[in-house]
Design a protein around this ligand. Structure first.
Ligand code: 5GP
Ligand code: MN
Length: 348
């Protein structure tokens, strides 16, 4: 599909979402489990958009998990109104998923989706199997926030400074400050529009990247000191145990940035970060610095994500998780040997 056809298809889906909103009195908006800056920023902007454009509707902003708002994102306008899905007893007329299109990633909010009369989706993750009444899932969008911004322009024309701030946070975090492979022209164009609408890049940077607790910075030092490389330096890995997190007083939900410490090593192409999470499980973050697709490995580990940024959760401790995932990462390179070309993962 060329760009103008894609645009038209997106506008048609936007109009279908608009009709669903117009036909609903109670609406729940929810993003994925372990929410990041794109999940929360996109969700809060969409909630504000609906309330301003269609006053009188009852809109709930749900957290998928029975957990607090991550400290890093508490600065987002509207974050104080997020409600845990397990504490939301209503059956909404409409349930809107933002930054996810797999019900399995809704955690406690899945039950709310199942009770809802209708559903809509705005997402940019690959691998969706449509279950919704209307939706836009565009994997070339750098962030779900890009699509929410375009939806806001279509239904409201202009964005408020608070919506723009939430969406700029979504874009900045999902593009790694416009440094990852997904930072395309559309991401910059939308970011420019958001700044013109009142978003402050300096405020986003101050809150997200320059407001770490000292104990977290010390945890970063531990994680950096443990970085190990494999396959002639192509794979880099580090980890944090439950004891590390407890000693630093850092909640699991606030460790999103640790994988970025691993990727900085010269010559590395794949970064892996593992941390122990409650319930005897390990959460893994995978990142690719080249066009090598690591999402297939995340899926094999029971998770998923984008080609260059994916995650998974497995039972066991760090050693057990490493013993399963490391051979898979090494196999990416083993296949390439002898052919002189880069191998992609099975699904790549
Ligand atoms: P992160 O490593 O930051 O948790 O996630 C990177 C990307 O992969 C995000 O877009 C996230 O939504 C996605 N992702 C992380 N974990 C999972 C998972 O368990 N399942 C699926 N389907 N996607 C995931
Ligand atoms: Mn996202």
């Amino acid at each position: 599909m060329d760009r103008s056809c894609e645009r038209k298809a997106q506008d048609e889906q936007f109009d279908a979402i608009r009709r669903l909103i117009e036909g609903a009195q109670t609406i729940a908006v929810c993003a994925h489990t372990s929410p990041d800056g794109d999940a929360l920023g996109s969700q809060l902007a969409l909630v504000e958009l609906i309330e301003r454009t269609w006053p009188g509707k009852e809109v709930a902003a749900l957290l998928a998990d029975d957990d607090v708002v991550p400290r890093t994102y508490a600065f987002l306008p509207g974050s104080e109104r997020l409600v845990r899905a397990c504490a939301y007893g209503a059956s909404p007329d409409l349930f809107i998923c933002v930054d996810l299109s797999q019900p399995g990633r809704l955690a406690d909010a899945r039950a709310v989706l199942e009770r809802a009369r209708r559903s809509a989706v705005i997402d940019h993750h690959p691998g969706a199997e449509p279950f919704w009444d209307a939706g836009v899932v565009r994997t070339d969008a750098a962030a779900a926030g890009v699509i929410v911004a375009e939806f806001a322009q279509r239904v409201a024309g202009a964005l408020t400074p608070t919506m723009a701030q939430c969406l700029l946070c979504a874009l900045v975090t999902d593009t790694g400050r416009f440094q990852y492979q997904n930072a395309n022209g559309e991401a910059f164009r939308v970011a420019s529009m958001l700044v013109d609408s009142g978003a402050s890049p300096a405020d986003v940077a101050l809150n997200v990247y320059q407001s770490d607790r000292l104990s977290y910075v010390h945890l970063c030092a531990t994680v950096m000191s443990r970085i190990t490389t494999f396959e002639q330096g192509k794979i880099a890995y580090s980890y944090a145990t439950a004891a590390d997190l407890a000693a630093a007083g850092v909640p699991v939900a606030e460790c999103d940035g640790l994988v970025d410490l691993v990727r900085v090593v010269e010559g590395t192409e794949v970064a892996l970060f593992l941390k122990e999470v409650p319930g005897g499980r390990v959460r893994g973050n995978l990142r690719a610095k080249t066009d090598r697709d690591i999402s297939g490995i995340a899926r094999e580990m029971g998770g998923g994500g984008h080609p260059a940024a994916a995650g998974f959760t497995v039972e066991g401790d760090i050693d057990e998780a490493l013993s399963v995932v490391l051979p898979k990462l090494r196999a990416l390179y083993a296949c390439a040997k002898g052919t002189g070309t880069f191998a992609r993962s099975a699904e790549g």
